[in-house]
Design a protein around this ligand. Sequence first.
Ligand code: 5GP
Ligand code: ZN
Length: 152
Amino acid sequence: MSSNASCIFCKIIKGEIPSFKLIETAKTYSFLDIQPTAKGHVLIIPKHHGAKLHNIPDDYLSDLLPVVKRLARVLKLDENNSPDGEGYNVLQNNGRIAHQVVDHVHFHLIPKRDDKTGLIVGWPAEETNFPKLEEYYNELKKELEKEESEKL
Ligand code: 5GP
Ligand code: ZN
């Protein structure tokens, strides 16, 4: 388990800074966000210090997502199985340009009950361009083959 003495979320895990703790497992810690964008805005973090997703070992990541699912149940976000009405977002930011402020990986679980609260998403989208996609896809497949052969 890696920890960073100056990291605010490592301090929360250790209890050096108080938090409104929810579910805790051997590898995951969750608590209320102190500046919620919606009632029930929760943060779920690995008990392993790392700034970005790729810095976190797989066993911490595989422990974490079931905790997100349990919290969705606790927050009663699992009651609506229709695409319409109340929903929720799971958000994980990496790097300042991607809106990350705290450099310890964290997943936001954010109820989306109305237009005014919760996550507001906007991104520029290109028109579909199949030749351009195919060219890029072929580049990626080469990278994947390289990555797979390096694993062997
Ligand atoms: P980010 O923009 O890095 O994805 O989100 C950081 C989140 O951490 C913000 O939503 C912010 O409100 C929350 N946060 C920052 N400091 C603290 C703290 O000391 N305690 C808690 N509970 N949340 C914090
Ligand atoms: Zn940390």
